[in-house]
Design a protein around this ligand. Structure first.
Ligand SMILES: *Cc1c(COP(=O)(O)O)cnc(C)c1O
Length: 217
């Protein structure tokens, strides 16, 4: 099937209140435009430099989401335009995003990345670290970041029960966060292999790449 057909099929299957981020990392401008021309506007990249090159050469009304791990020295390149930073995993990074948000007179929307997988390769806060971050007085001074919710990745495994448990625990953390920050609204969880489970467990935003664009090299 073509990119346009894949995209239409996935969108038909998604509940209307779940946002689809089309993950276009490693894919060409032509492939992205094929998705764009169906009316899709939300794209996700995991490298700041690649995203910035695409942003500068593709239509202005694309919403670019940074879904990967962000190095602090790269924040300045995406600060003028990024729509949502999914992978905020430290106070230092939040501080840097705030600094560059101020330079561009904007509040940059961010998700806090939670570590939910049973792997040691993935970034993110654990529950205690999240509590510590929320208790930090400095957070109130960040006028140029806007915490919109949480993001997480399940373990890369065929064990669907385990994936479900991990998403369930992230949803529990999200509900707890919402009780102290009622303005948060986004729970970013679910990729090509597990977005059906993520939606059943309460995801509001899925990040789907290979099921739209085909396998990556
Ligand atoms: C690459 C990536 C995705 C999309 O993965 P697919 O399996 O291709 O859907 C989602 N989230 C993150 C953080 C990624 O890096």
């Amino acid at each position: 099937m073509s990119i346009a057909e894949n995209l239409k099929k996935i969108k038909n299957d998604l509940p209307s209140d779940v946002t689809l981020v089309a993950v276009s990392k490693t894919k060409s401008n032509e492939e992205i435009l094929e998705a764009y021309n169906t009316g899709h506007r939300v794209f996700g990249e995991n490298k700041v430099q690649e995203m910035t090159e695409k942003w500068s050469s593709l239509p202005e009304d694309i919403e670019w989401h940074m879904i990967g791990h962000v190095q602090r020295n790269k924040v300045k390149y995406m600060a003028p335009y990024v729509s949502l930073v999914h992978g905020v995993d430290s106070l230092k990074l939040l501080r840097e995003i705030n600094k560059h948000g101020r330079k561009h007179s904007r509040a940059i929307p961010c998700l806090l990345q939670m570590f939910i997988a049973k792997e040691d390769t993935k970034f993110g806060f654990d529950e205690q670290e999240l509590q510590a971050l929320l208790a930090n007085e400095e957070l109130k001074d960040f006028k140029h970041v806007k915490i919109m919710g949480l993001m997480g990745m399940a373990t890369f495994t065929d064990n669907r029960d385990q994936i479900r448990q991990e998403f369930h625990s992230l949803k529990t953390m999200f509900d707890a966060l919402k009780s102290v920050m009622p303005e948060v609204s986004i729970l970013s969880m679910g990729m090509s292999g597990d977005y059906d489970i993520a939606i059943e467990e309460g995801s509001t935003m899925v990040r789907i790449g290979s099921s739209i664009f085909g396998a990556r090299q």
